[in-house]
Design a protein around this ligand. Structure first.
Ligand code: SAM
Length: 258
């Protein structure tokens, strides 16, 4: 995410990792939304393979692992997140079938082509762009395999300039739900389902837990302008969500490879 001036990528990776490692999840979401999306995925067995791309510390991966009998590989760019992911997997007793690996979900992925029955990705595909992501990842799915993603989407046909301009700067692929569904269809998937994440996935699960950590961070790094700017960005993003949440949100999209 970004503001008018800075993208998150301009900040020190270790700082971002330290900040977001303090949370169970690194983006808006909830176990209920993960399970609701999973309810549209059929036919997975103990022999199936799933990948969670941009898994972060694995909040949603562990929810999936509690329901699915199969192997799940979490992939993330940040070694610090994968370290926490592995600790979570061991703590919950999933370590024999839930693995975390450090790597990128840009092409080529560290999987065999046509090897995956399910690709999961919450709050991460925007890093390479929705259309590019669904096209790049498709060859790694078996025919009939599923893709389940959350993606920032407009909920209305019109929106105030302030929020439109913010998103054009932050992620100009944000679009309406029908447009995203058409993109899924055009990329060679059957659109199976879509639903909007409820507000609590953003407010109670994502923004509110950050308030205390922001105070702690500012105390831990007094006078550090990078930290101050980063937290200012996070707070600005939260303020915009509170003001404009009727116009945009995260939408879960579930598709099946044709
Ligand atoms: N899925 C987690 C969740 O919902 O809590 C994390 C979401 S977080 C907003 C986005 C994640 O994508 C981060 O953990 C980040 O490190 C990861 N990421 C960004 N670019 C990536 C890339 N090219 N390859 C793999 N992971 C990437």
């Amino acid at each position: 995410m970004s503001t008018e001036q800075n993208t998150i990528h301009e900040f020190d990776f270790n700082l971002i990792c330290e900040y977001f490692s303090m949370f169970e999840r690194q983006g808006p979401g909830s176990p209920e939304a993960t399970l609701k999306a999973l309810s549209f995925v059929e036919g997975l067995t103990a022999d199936s393979s799933a990948a969670d791309l941009g898994c972060g510390t694995g909040g949603q991966t562990m929810t999936l692992a509690g329901q699915l009998p199969c192997r799940i590989t979490g992939l993330d760019l940040f070694p610090g997140f994968i370290e926490r992911f592995k600790q979570n997997s061991v703590r919950l007793g999933f370590q024999d079938r839930v693995k975390g690996i450090v790597g990128s979900f840009a092409d080529p992925l560290p999987f065999e082509k046509e090897s995956l029955d399910l690709i999961w990705s919450e709050g991460a595909i925007y890093h390479i762009g929705f259309r590019k992501g669904i096209e790049t990842w498709r060859p790694y799915l078996k025919t009939g395999g599923y893709i389940a993603l959350t993606e920032a989407s407009w909920l209305t046909n019109n929106r105030p300039d302030e929020i439109r301009n913010f998103w054009m700067e932050a992620y100009n692929e944000i679009d309406t739900i029908p447009t995203k569904i058409k993109q899924i269809q055009d990329a060679g998937y059957l659109p199976v389902a879509s639903f909007v994440l409820p507000d609590y996935c953003w407010i109670e699960n994502f923004y509110l837990p950050q308030l205390q950590v922001q105070e702690e961070f500012l105390k831990k790094y007094p006078g550090n302008s990078t930290v101050e700017r980063f937290i200012e960005m996070e707070r600005h993003e939260q303020d915009l969500f509170m003001k404009y949440r009727e116009y945009y949100g995260y939408v879960f999209y579930i598709g099946r490879k044709l």
